[in-house]
Design a binder for this molecule. Structure first.
Ligand SMILES: NC(=O)c1ccc[n+]([C@@H]2O[C@H](COP(=O)([O-])OP(=O)(O)OC[C@H]3O[C@@H](n4cnc5c(N)ncnc54)[C@H](O)[C@@H]3O)[C@@H](O)[C@H]2O)c1
Ligand SMILES: [Zn+2]
Length: 364
C-alpha cells in the first residue's frame, strides 16, 4: 500500500478531509466501525456495476450494511429513483444520526448526496468515488442533485460530504473510455490553475490507472477544486470563482445536448470543449495559436475528441449554449484562458466568434 495523504477542505463547520491512497479498505473499515460504535445507522448507495467491481469493499468494510443499488447510468439520477431511495432509507429506519455512504461515480455521488441533503432535511454522507471523474470533480464541492426531463441537474442542493475517500485501487476496473473521460477534467484543472500539471501531461499522457503519477495528480486536482470551492462555495462570485471550473463546459454541454445524451461521455465533450475554449481565447487575443495547438495535442493524446465526431447544426449548438443554465440574463459567458494555467470569466462574448469555432470543430 502506498502512502496515505489527506487534504482538508476548509469550509468552517462544513470542513472535511479528502483522503488519497491505494488500498484504503482499512480506513473505510475504521470509519464504519467508529460510526457504529456511536450507535449510528449506516446505509450505502451504489450502482450494480460498481457493486460487482468493488467487491473488496462490499465483501469487506461495507458487508452487512443496507445497500440501495441502482442501475448504472445517468437514468438513475432521476426523481423516481430518488423517491424510491427515500423510502428505502425510511424502511431501514435511518434517523438524523444516520450516515449515507455513496460508492460510485458521479451519478451515484450526485444522487446519494441529494438524498443525504433532503432526507430528514439532511444527514451526513461520505463519498467513496470510483471513477476518475468523480474523484477529481463530482465527489468534492457539495453540488448534489438529479435530472429532470427538461435538463440535467435541475433539482438539487448544496450539501458537503463529511469525508471523501479517493482509493486509486478502485480505478483499476474502470473501462479505458471512462478513464479518458476523467482525464478531460484533469486536463481542465491543469489549464485553469496548474501550468506544471498541464506540462506534465504534455510530457507524457496519463492513460491508465497504473500510472504511478495518478494519486499525486488526483490530489492536485482536488486541491484546485477545494481552493475554488472555499472561495466561492455557492458560485455567487460576480466573476471568476467557482464558474472557472466550467472551462470548456459551455461548449461541452452544447455538444452533449445537441448530439443527444449518450453519444458523448461528458468528459469526451469536455475534451472538444477545451479545444474550443482555447481557440476562443486565441480569437480574443489572449493566447497565441501555438498554445491552442498544445491543448489540442494533449487532449488528443488522452484519447479524447478534439472536434465533433459527426457534424451537428451550428444554430442548434448556439441555441443550446444560450439555454445553458450557467448563462445569466441571456448573455453568453465563457471561461477563457489568459495563459495555459490561468483562466478568467469573460462576459458578453460575440456569438459570431462562437459560431466560427463551431464550424472549425466540424459543425454544419
Ligand atoms: N456534483 C458535481 O459537482 C459534478 C461534477 C461533475 C459531474 N457531475 C455528474 O457526474 C456524473 C458523471 O459521473 P461519472 O462520469 O463518474 O459517471 P457514472 O457515475 O455514470 O460512472 C460511469 C460508468 O462507470 C461505471 N463505474 C464506476 N466506477 C467503476 C469502477 N471502479 N469500475 C468499473 N466501472 C465503474 C459506472 O457503473 C458507470 O457505468 C454526471 O451525472 C454529472 O452530472 C457532478
Ligand atoms: Zn465536467
Amino acid at each position: 500500500m502506498s502512502a496515505v495523504e489527506t487534504l482538508q477542505v476548509q469550509l468552517a463547520e462544513r470542513s472535511y478531509p479528502i483522503i488519497f491512497g491505494s488500498g484504503l479498505s482499512h480506513q473505510v473499515a475504521e470509519a464504519v466501525s467508529a460510526a457504529r460504535g456511536q450507535g449510528r445507522r449506516l446505509v450505502v448507495v451504489t450502482d450494480t456495476t460498481v457493486r460487482a467491481a468493488a467487491d473488496g469493499l462490499f465483501a469487506g468494510p461495507l458487508a452487512g450494511l443496507p445497500t440501495f443499488t441502482v442501475p448504472p447510468g445517468e437514468g438513475s439520477k432521476s426523481l423516481r429513483v430518488f423517491a424510491e431511495a427515500c423510502e428505502f432509507l425510511a424502511r431501514e429506519r435511518i434517523d438524523r444520526g444516520g450516515v449515507l455512504i455513496a460508492v460510485g461515480g458521479g451519478v451515484v455521488g450526485d444522487l446519494g448526496g441529494f438524498l443525504a441533503a433532503a432526507y430528514l432535511r439532511g444527514i451526513d454522507f461520505w463519498q467513496i468515488p470510483t471513477t476518475l471523474l468523480a474523484m477529481v470533480d463530482s465527489a468534492v464541492g457539495g453540488k448534489t442533485g438529479v435530472n429532470l426531463e427538461a435538463g440535467k441537474n435541475l433539482v438539487g442542493a448544496f450539501h458537503q460530504p463529511r469525508s471523501v475517500t479517493c482509493d486509486m485501487a478502485l480505478l483499476r476496473t474502470l473501462p479505458a473510455r471512462e478513464f479518458s473521460a476523467g482525464m478531460a477534467e484533469v486536463i481542465k484543472y491543469g489549464l485553469l490553475g496548474d501550468a506544471a500539471l498541464f506540462a506534465d501531461l504534455e510530457r507524457a499522457a496519463m492513460t491508465s490507472a497504473d500510472d504511478p503519477r495518478l494519486a499525486g495528480v488526483v490530489h492536485r486536482c482536488c486541491a484546485i477544486k477545494a481552493a475554488v470551492v472555499q472561495a466561492d462555495e455557492r458560485e455567487t462570485a460576480p466573476s471568476g470563482g467557482r464558474a472557472l471550473l466550467n472551462l470548456g463546459h459551455t461548449f461541452a454541454h452544447a455538444i452533449e445536448a445537441v448530439a443527444g445524451y449518450g453519444q458523448y461521455l461528458h468528459g469526451e465533450a469536455v475534451g472538444a470543449g477545451l479545444v474550443a475554449a482555447s481557440r476562443l481565447s486565441e480569437k480574443l487575443g489572449l493566447i497565441p495559436a501555438g498554445d491552442v495547438a498544445r491543448v489540442r495535442c494533449v487532449v488528443e493524446a488522452h484519447g479524447l475528441p478534439v472536434r465533433l465526431r459527426a457534424p451537428l447544426a451550428t444554430d442548434a449548438l448556439l441555441e443550446a449554449m444560450r439555454r445553458d443554465k450557467k448563462v445569466k440574463h441571456g448573455r453568453l459567458r465563457f471561461v477563457v484562458l489568459e495563459s495555459l494555467g490561468r483562466a478568467v470569466t469573460r462576459d458578453e462574448v460575440d456569438p459570431a466568434l462562437a459560431a466560427g469555432i463551431w464550424k472549425e470543430l466540424g459543425a454544419a
